[in-house]
Design a protein around this ligand. Structure first.
Ligand SMILES: NC(=O)c1ccc[n+]([C@@H]2O[C@H](COP(=O)([O-])OP(=O)(O)OC[C@H]3O[C@@H](n4cnc5c(N)ncnc54)[C@H](O)[C@@H]3O)[C@@H](O)[C@H]2O)c1
Length: 277
């Protein structure tokens, strides 16, 4: 048997010792004004990326920017992920500012509207599907508007032989387990798993890796309204016995964007403290 498995070759040793290094890369984060998106923006900036913080709420995006070291290296822009023209506009502005399109994308923006399935109004179904998944346009079927614009810009750029990229989609453990009063939310998050795998299969050979994360209950604005009794039950059902912190999800997202996960394609990583494993 070859001894190469038991020895660290010099190249691998260098890789093991190096920190995440996104220097020279532009990262686009949707829903970057709060919670998991904000934590992800801060970590990407920590690790050297130039970050485009986008959110439907510009003030919130600007607040994230103000928390970054060297915030002049980054950009805060208003972007509603359901608006194709806004999405294309943001990619163009980022490209103009940084001289290249983003090569890292975190499709984080998401919303929930709670209701029992049989009482749910159609508009509450549609808005959650549109923000979280966006499959209602035939030409964009199965694809996020944001992913589509990002991929097009990056492939155009890569044709000039330039750079590889990575996408992380934000699913949820609800996409696997379902969640009462959140049938449409859970359906979009389940859809994101198959969207991730399909895009991953299409893009791997083109140098773009696509993966996704499935968080459990994380302390953010989205879960702030959960009533204390339900929160207590949730803790009891979670083996680790607590809710997660946004940074605990962001660390995994940043890992999936980095060269450390270079052999991960179409992976869906649970970050749940053991909930619904
Ligand atoms: N918090 C949890 O327990 C949990 C668990 C699993 C998955 N998630 C997912 O994580 C993602 C982030 O959620 P969070 O918990 O940080 O919530 P959050 O409410 O703190 O952040 C969501 C951000 O998305 C922005 N946003 C909403 N609609 C938008 C739109 N149309 N365009 C652009 N931005 C928009 C909001 O302004 C906000 O800044 C969501 O996709 C959510 O479904 C959250």
């Amino acid at each position: 048997m070859s001894s190469c498995n038991t020895q660290l070759n010099p190249h691998y040793l260098k890789v093991v010792m190096a920190p995440n290094d996104f220097s020279g890369q532009v990262a686009l984060v949707t829903g970057g004004g709060s919670g998991i998106g904000r934590a992800t923006c801060l970590m990407l900036a920590r690790d050297g990326a130039r970050v485009v913080v986008t959110d439907i709420n510009l003030e919130a995006a600007r607040e994230t920017l103000s928390l970054m070291p060297n915030h002049v290296d980054h950009l805060a822009l208003e972007m509603d992920v359901t608006q194709q023209s806004a999405v294309e506009g943001v990619i163009a502005v980022a490209q103009e500012r940084f001289g290249e399109p983003p090569s890292l994308l975190v499709n984080n923006a998401g919303i929930a509207r709670g209701s029992l399935c049989h009482l749910m109004e159609e508009k509450d179904f549609d808005i959650v599907v549109n923000v979280n998944l966006k499959v209602d346009k035939l030409e964009a079927a199965g694809t996020f508007l944001v992913s589509q614009a990002f991929i097009r810009a990056l492939l155009k750029d890569s044709e000039a032989g330039k750079r590889a990229g990575a996408i992380v989609n934000m699913s949820s453990i609800d996409g696997k387990s379902g969640h009462e009063k959140h049938c449409q939310y859970s359906a979009t998050k389940g859809g994101l798993v198959s969207l991730t795998k399909s895009c991953a299969a299409e893009l791997a050979k083109k140098g773009i890796r696509v993966n996704c994360v499935l968080p459990g209950a994380i302390d953010t604005r989205m879960t702030a309204a959960v009533d204390p009794e339900m929160r207590k039950r949730q803790h009891e059902r979670t083996p680790i016995g607590r809710t997660g912190r946004p940074e605990e999800v962001a660390e995994v997202i940043v890992f999936l964007l980095s060269w450390r996960s270079s052999y991960m394609v179409g992976a869906c990583v649970e970050i749940t403290g053991g909930l619904h494993m």
